[in-house]
Design a protein around this ligand. Structure first.
Ligand SMILES: *Cc1c(COP(=O)(O)O)cnc(C)c1O
Length: 424
């Protein structure tokens, strides 16, 4: 992670030593690199230049307004999964006309809001949802742009909790039902059937399953066109993985994947479509923000045990859920590496759950009061955090060169129960 260099024996975020951030804002704190964020986005945007293409950042990965604003300024659209996320896009100055709305359970109120704000497209996941969107659009005197999320039945070969493209998944319309579902959609009076999308899973290091899914979508677009249902966009979803430092194969570089998508689309259009335009949409989340952030934390106690040694830190499962939720391996680095003999620890937080661990069996040279950094923590970190155990959520800081911006202050305990009331 080149934007988090070890300089003079101290881990930095760009030009700022992490101990300086801990001293100023406390711990645990999420620290993001602006340069890394823009670099990742450019990996998508650069090969899209001069083409009919849109990068819709899947903001559930990290929805801080400052991050959204920086991406919106680069021309990003957004992939949202709730009405709340749409309001965040608008609060950050993003364009609702570049928003696509995914998710299996859109409520009537969310559909009304999205139609009112004029989003680009609803990514629809079921027939009842098509009917609901049609009804709401009719009642509001509008037409709703829709795409069907097709389940291409491709094995993403990733963790079962983040694989979404198999037959047994709750997501999407089965490939075998897609044609009939498109016909039903085309027959509904208040819908404009404009696109097709898929999203087969997350943290894919190899793009072969993504390209296989793309081929299946292309096949379906051709079949639909032969029935007179002509689509205007092709949304390949997200899912590209990042390097968590676990020694896995390196992920495909973003730009290489994007270029491979365009190569296939171009070959197909030249072949079948006589150059008829089709917009290509990407929905990346993790690959935009994952390696832009670290979680900075403090060692509270060292607790030797008979079978295990514990390193008790001030960050916990409520701050970073990925390890306990997905058995995810996250790299942890000392901020100021010490000389000495390493001891193997489980890194655990103060939350009252045995599942409250952030890393296991790590050889570290640490003492109480040392700072540690959980690397590549920018995606599905803060956004999945909770207030379990009445713990205020961590502060978030964005570093830009030598400058440090507080982009979300730490939550105070009194704020955590401010919405509650006594029975009377
Ligand atoms: C979560 C999600 C994404 C982003 O996935 P990443 O693996 O973070 O790139 C894209 N599209 C949909 C529909 C999603 O639910």
């Amino acid at each position: 992670m080149s934007n988090f260099p070890l300089q003079n024996g101290v881990l930095h975020a760009e030009g700022v030593p992490l101990p300086q951030i801990a001293a100023q804002f406390g711990t645990p704190t999420y620290v993001y690199s602006k340069a890394q964020l823009l670099d990742n986005f450019a990996g998508y945007a650069r090969p899209c230049a001069g083409r009919d293409a849109l990068v819709c950042y899947a903001m559930k990965a990290n929805s801080n307004l400052a991050i959204l604003d920086l991406l919106a300024r680069q021309g990003a659209g957004f992939d949202i999964v709730s009405g709340g996320e749409l309001l965040r896009v608008i609060a950050a100055g993003g364009d609702p006309g570049k928003v696509i709305f995914s998710g299996v359970g859109k409520t009537v109120r969310e559909i009304e809001l999205a139609l009112d704000k004029g989003i680009l497209c609803f990514n629809v996941e079921s027939i009842p949802e098509l009917h609901r969107i049609n009804e709401v659009a009719g009642r509001l005197g509008k037409r709703a742009p829709v795409s069907l999320r097709v389940n291409p039945n491709v094995d993403a070969k990733t963790h079962p909790y983040i694989a979404t493209g198999l037959k047994a998944s709750k997501f999407g319309v089965a490939f075998s039902d897609a044609l009939a579902t498109y016909r039903s959609a085309a027959a509904l009076p208040h819908l404009d059937v404009v696109g097709i999308d898929c999203h087969i899973g997350s943290q894919l290091l190899d793009d072969a399953p993504l390209l296989e899914a793309l081929d299946k979508l292309i096949e379906l677009i051709d079949t639909l066109a032969s029935e007179g249902i002509v689509l205007h966009h092709l949304d390949v979803g997200g899912g590209l993985g990042i390097d968590y430092g676990a020694g896995d194969a390196a992920p495909v570089p973003i730009a290489s994947y994007v270029e491979r998508v365009f190569a296939r689309v171009d070959a197909w259009r030249a072949d079948k479509y006589d150059g008829r335009p089709i917009k290509v949409i990407f929905e990346p989340g993790r690959s935009i923000v994952g390696n832009t952030g670290v979680l900075l934390m403090n060692v509270e106690f060292i607790k030797p045990g008979e079978e295990k040694n514990f390193c008790v830190i001030d960050a916990a499962m409520n701050d970073m859920a990925r390890p306990t939720l997905y058995q995810a391996w996250m790299d942890v680095q000392p901020v100021t590496p010490r000389q000495g003999e390493a001891v193997t620890y489980d890194l655990v937080g103060p939350v009252c759950e045995s599942g409250d661990w952030l890393a296991r069996d790590r050889a570290l040279v640490v003492e109480p009061g040392d700072l540690l950094a959980m690397m590549a923590a920018g995606a599905y970190g803060f956004t999945m955090s909770s207030n379990y155990n009445t713990r205020g959520r961590a502060a978030e800081v964005l570093v830009d060169g030598e400058n440090v911006h507080l982009i979300r202050r730490r939550e105070e305990p009194a704020e955590l129960f401010a919405l509650e009331s006594l029975v009377g």
